[in-house]
Design a protein around this ligand. Sequence first.
Ligand SMILES: C[S@@+](CC[C@H](N)C(=O)[O-])C[C@H]1O[C@@H](n2cnc3c(N)ncnc32)[C@H](O)[C@@H]1O
Length: 231
Amino acid sequence: MHRDEVTEIFQQQAASYDSQWAKTAPIRHCLHLLLDSQFAELPADARILCVGVGTGTEMAHLAAQNPGWHFTAVEPSAAMLEVCRQRAEREGFAARCTFHAGYLESLPATDAHDAATCLLVSQFILEPQARSAFFAEIAERLKPGGLLASSDLAADISSAEYDVLLGAWVNMMTAADLSAEAIERMRKAYANDVGVLSPERTAAIITAGGFALPVQFFQAGLIHAWLSRRV
Ligand SMILES: C[S@@+](CC[C@H](N)C(=O)[O-])C[C@H]1O[C@@H](n2cnc3c(N)ncnc32)[C@H](O)[C@@H]1O
């Protein structure tokens, strides 16, 4: 899928996105808890780049924990970013945010960031070299040694283990009240439109984008997260 088609899908989902995923909040909460521990060394006035920020759940969590941090929110879907902006205003941290409706390449020059988040985004780039180039664009916006916390769906989809994980994943979605239509859409998307690669290949793609030692610090079902450091 072309990236603008991906953006269009999120445009359509923006209004219902948070309610659609409400019942999977425990996964996000655990990821965010561990993210705090990975970002614990950052300075009190850190600048954080949130790529593919969506409706802003990770940014809102980090903003609540770290009142001195400033955020650059990058999101190509204007509708998703609007939900994010409203959340930031409601929760009182909008003044610490710069919102960019667009891709990273069109983000105006800024001071380098101390760290970046990129949660459930790079999986939409199917071609491995383009995916590494995307991580390289993030690296360019970080200070040397800057941290990247990234998550993606990951599995060896040719393995028997994947069938087990996918079955459980779909069961969880069913229990989470996702509509049958939404689950079917997801199954097809995982097969055709999402770059679900093994954890090892995903880590190699991050490394090729200019990051050292991607350490997997989280897994819940198909979601894996890594912490890496700009070379
Ligand atoms: C699955 S959502 C995740 C949102 C948020 N990070 C979260 O974890 O809740 C993926 C988001 O990435 C955005 N996105 C997709 N491709 C992107 C790209 N190439 N650059 C930046 N954002 C992108 C989508 O518009 C969407 O809002």
